[in-house]
Design a protein around this ligand. Structure first.
Ligand code: DQA
Length: 149
């Protein structure tokens, strides 16, 4: 089982960026944590981060036929990008949305998620743990025992 983990803009600055909201862990800390999760769960993970909307669209398209599912934190593009929504719908791979912060308790402009409209489930406000939950959700879904809804 192969999953692609996509992180959007400014998530390369985790650790430095607003640590009161996003925590002190860096992107490489997150990837190390998830690599361990992958080993424990028998899931092969690939990581992609970009600050560019089109590059994220390209990564989603490239996942078609190569990956079994996608975990995506589109960061600010969550709230603006119909292109990312359309790419997720186009490849039709099972996808789960993650946000490190509790987006539902933040500014009004963060209350729409376009990407989330193409996702099985959203985890938010759990920090790095949300990504682990997303991997477990996709693993169950792909094994045919999905409890998502
Ligand atoms: C975020 C929430 C978004 O609103 C924000 O633009 C981000 C990070 C999160 O992980 O909490 O960049 O996706």
């Amino acid at each position: 089982m192969k999953l692609l983990i996509i992180n959007g803009p400014n998530l390369n600055l985790l650790g430095l960026r607003e640590p009161g909201i996003y925590g002190k862990g860096t992107l490489s800390d997150l990837e190390d944590f998830l690599r361990k999760v992958g080993e424990e769960e028998g899931v092969e993970l690939s990581f992609f981060q970009s600050n560019h909307e089109g590059a994220i669209v390209d990564a989603i398209q490239a996942a078609y036929g190569a990956m079994d599912g996608i975990v995506i934190n589109p960061a600010a593009y969550t709230h603006t990008s119909i292109a990312i929504l359309d790419a997720l719908k186009a490849v039709s791979l099972p996808a789960v949305e993650v946000h490190i912060s509790q987006v539902s308790e933040r500014e009004p402009f963060r209350q729409v998620s376009y990407a989330g409209m193409a996702c099985l489930k959203t985890y938010m406000g759990l920090g790095f743990e949300g990504y682990r939950q997303a991997i477990l959700c996709l693993k169950d879904h792909l094994a045919g025992k999905g409890a998502e809804a």
